[in-house]
Design a binder for this molecule. Sequence first.
Ligand SMILES: [Zn+2]
Length: 328
Amino acid sequence: MPDENQQQPTPPAPNAERKTLDDRAKMTELERVRHSCAHVMATAILRLWPDAQFAYGPPVENGFYYDLECSHRISPEDFPKIEEEMKKEIKANNTFEKIVVPREQALKDSESGRLGGLTERPGNVSKFKIDLLKQIPEGEPISYYKNGDFVDLCAGPHVMRTGNIGAFKLTSVAAAYYKGDEKGPQLQRIYGTAFKNKTALDEYFKMLEEAKRRDHRKIGAEMGLFAIDTEFVGPGMPLWLPKGTVLVEELEKLAKETEFAAGYVRVRTPHLAREKMYKTSGHLPYYAESMFPKMEMDEHRADRQKIEQRIAELEKQLADHTKKKSGG
Ligand SMILES: [Zn+2]
């Protein structure tokens, strides 16, 4: 089970698809604040761990993230340190300066490790930036955004200055594959959120706390209505206890009576169906992570194989021992 603090309330799509210039122009002011904050976070991380290589850093529903590769494994214990550096960058109120460059220049700056870095980093090529460059269609302008010493390959848009980021907080770390490809390099994904001011930020975290407090999974378990066992049964699959079962049955009774009174007749459908059905119903795209994570059958198979192997070993030992005893 991952630590609860490590989980994001709404996980974004695993593959951050490249936004078109049109999509980017539509970014809201809040998204600009958040994406700009991702640049500031990268600046801070590089001050602490200069070897970090950055990949994607888009705004997401409740904040932003930036994927990176780094010799240091970043944990939530590092957040205060990173946030401290971020505050310095915001206080410096550096402009987000746009620089349009020819493709060859961008390739050269990636080779030297300068892109997505604070300085040139000989021997530490900006490999993700090279790949991102390849995805920029011929004819589309290639631009950098520079705040302080940090230069990133980015089409924008951002806020005018780092000081326009009102309030922010780093929230979690997760593992992510580059471009969502599980055969690709594994990266560290650092999530954060930002708001125009501290009041809005505080309200957001208060709302999260309230939501946690009012979570039906928590309340239902506390009231002894059901138990959820994510290890043996699965998330979103309650085991109804006697008190809860009474409620379920009463509700079913009421539903049946209401339907009967309205002239409906009942049908029955299977509990399980092909993936296609859940795609059509629209459940799978939205609840894949929270309700329908893949069951790790292979993991169980490996465990079973290990156990069977051990049983065979023990049986052999026992047989040998019995033979020795009887053979004298
Ligand atoms: Zn940017």
